[in-house]
Design a protein around this ligand. Structure first.
Ligand code: DGT
Length: 141
């Protein structure tokens, strides 16, 4: 395998871990999108020239309609979906203005971290689920 093939195409993605009374915000990916029906942490792709935190603040505004203050970096992970890889960067988000609403997702829910085990979630997140659940139960200020 040559170098180019091995490195392939990488998409940087930022996601936010929002908690309310110990529960975590998840959005259901809409019909017609890749991974339709999967419950994800709200977020999206980093545009060129953006800082990861700026990208996450923008995505949270666009997708769930909140003005968020991005907190500490909690986890960085990679996953390969065949031809294409994602670099996932997870931030805690402790403070925001507004109430999350479904501007993009089919539905939004607040769930206890352990409930992630029985929900349909992206394979990228499934692979690190124990670690993710630990992070979700232990926010960092
Ligand atoms: P697509 O259809 O795969 O080109 O991507 P979009 O534009 O529908 O989705 P976007 O902008 O949310 O990109 C996020 C990518 O990261 C998408 O391929 C799904 C993947 N992903 C894996 N786990 C998560 C997660 O927990 N949250 C988010 N937002 N994306 C995740």
């Amino acid at each position: 395998m040559n170098k180019l093939k091995k490195r392939g195409i990488w998409i940087p993605v930022v996601t936010g871990l929002l908690r309310k009374e110990g529960k975590i915000l998840l959005g259901r990916r809409p019909v017609g999108e890749s991974l339709a029906g999967a419950w994800e942490f709200p977020g999206g792709k980093i545009d060129q020239g953006e800082l990861p935190q700026e990208a996450l603040a923008r995505e949270l505004q666009e997708e769930v309609g909140i003005e968020a203050e991005i907190g500490p970096l909690r986890l960085v992970h990679t996953h390969s979906y065949g031809e294409r890889g994602v670099l996932l960067v997870f931030y805690d988000v402790h403070f925001w203005k507004g109430e999350p609403k479904t501007l993009y997702h089919e539905d939004l829910i607040w769930v206890a971290p352990d409930e992630l085990r029985r929900l349909e979630i992206p394979e990228a997140n499934r692979r690190i689920l124990d670690h993710l659940i630990h992070i979700l139960k232990n926010p960092q200020t």
